[in-house]
Ligand binder design. Sequence first.
Ligand code: 4AD
Ligand code: MG
Length: 466
Amino acid sequence: MEVRRTKVKDLLKMEAGQKVLAKGWVRTKRSNKEIAFVALNDGSTIKNIQIVIDRNEANEAVLSNISTGACIGVEGELVESIGSGQNVEIKAGTVTVYGTCDPVRYPLQKKGASFEYLRSVAHMRPRTNTFGAVLRLRSEMAYAIHSYFHSKGFNYLHTPLITASDCEGAGQMFQVTTLDLENIPRNKKGKIDYSKDFFGKETSLTVSGQLEGELGATALGEIYTFGPTFRAENSNTPRHLAEFWMVEPEMAFYDINDNMDLAEDFIKHLVKYALDNCRDDLEFLNEHIDNELISRLEGVVNTEFVRLEYTEGIKILEEAMKNGVEFEYPVYWGVDLQSEHERYLVEKHFRKPVILTGYPKDIKAFYMKQNEDGKTVRAMDVLFPKIGEIIGGSEREADLAKLENRINELGMVRTNLEWYIDTRRFGSCPHSGFGLGFERLLLFITGMSNIRDVIPFPRTPKNCEY
Ligand code: 4AD
Ligand code: MG
């Protein structure tokens, strides 16, 4: 009878004494005259299963094809392992080589390659232990996000990736066009004639699904989006990508405090989910990447986040400067905080996550609810250790006149926004929402320090491989 393939994750939990079939990629092979030991990994777990091959029984031609990176199938008996590190191993019967791997040309031949080098072979790096762990965690976190919102009765809303509006108003959009760039059609005034373009108007990739998300929330009550977003920011930092994933819940009848409560509960749930369900991968990362990872994750789950007004935050930073702390960027009321400022508040001053609210309206987007003081808006940024801003959100301006005023003040083009303004014209309601940068979350969960290393195929300025 043919034996069916079992994944390594399951093999490692099985009782010895059974016929099994394992398939995967060779991590290492070492041998003496009598025996060859192969560490086999199939991606189902960070752990390998050990294959023991009796060289007297094995075909030497097959054996020589079993090199690091090769893909093989092994039929044999699951036996108790005397070696340390695992309970069971496979005593090989038949070995099939599916794909050989040239040891000289294989890019992952050397152990301990730098992350920088691995970025240059990003098509192969998922086969390393670290990226295996990161990618499994990424998948588990995506699942945890959906299950969290599903359990709370939120609807998953699919917002468009191609859009004619700039949600954040920061002018960081990638244009989408089918116009012939060698021969651009122009109107009588010499301007580009977008009526000839695919959509008959100027379009871009979205920077956020929020505006359409608000349409959903004011109909379905509570929605979330989870998809790719695009920003043509020329920031070559370890925290910025040109293509990143964002989770954006939007809730009718939530004020800024409800919004903060949800954000805090949501993040804690995700961190706890990783601690409870992804232990092997976290332990690997804790040992090899960041020795404080697990204690930092546990810390966040058990800590109440600080809630602080922007104005108070500025006072703390100014006080710190008086006491000799040096920042690269200036600090004064009205300034957009840099990550060094955010991290000072979180890592040095409070030593826990901080939710900063009441930002000056001039550094925030047009849709945020305006406070009575005429200067600040009901924005909230969640600031995290090692990351800085992980979430940005706000209560939304629900008042038609105030929203229109702000749009006019900022000189925004209204033609592509009337549909959005309609939410305030017809049955407007108080509502709030936020956006969690998925890769920023993953930086925190995995302990990795560069955002290019928590997404399979990073897009950054001058870099679009694969
Ligand atoms: O603060 P942001 O710009 O907020 C919005 O886009 C709102 N429309 C969200 C909402 O209220 N629905 O972005 C939200 C989060 C940031 O806090 C950050 O975590 C992440 O998205 N982010 C980036 N992540 C990676 N690379 C970039 N270039 C990012 N820009 C923002
Ligand atoms: Mg922000």
